[in-house]
Design a binder for this molecule. Structure first.
Ligand SMILES: [Ca+2]
Ligand SMILES: [Ca+2]
Length: 79
């Protein structure tokens, strides 16, 4: 009985953690490339357009560095 209760509590905690999208750079950079691709950014902002992504890419090298990502995240809270 006690073991079952612990399992239920553990399940509740993991469900709560899943409900919120992890937005820290290392969590979003799922392929560990050191930058955030459009596909990776769309995990945080599902409605992110190519245009908005390009605008966030301040040095226009085609991907978001940690600085660019953090700046965009600060201005645009995760959806
Ligand atoms: Ca990446
Ligand atoms: Ca860039």
């Amino acid at each position: 009985m006690k073991k079952l209760l612990v399992s239920i509590i553990a399940l509740g905690v993991s469900t709560a953690a899943m409900a919120q999208v992890a937005t820290d750079f290392t969590s979003v950079d799922t392929d560990v490339s050191g930058d955030i691709s459009l596909t990776e950014a769309q995990v945080v902002w599902p409605a992110l357009t190519e245009e908005a992504y390009a605008a966030a890419d301040l040095d226009q090298n085609g991907s978001l560095s940690q600085e660019e990502y953090d700046a965009y995240l600060a201005a645009n809270p995760a959806a």
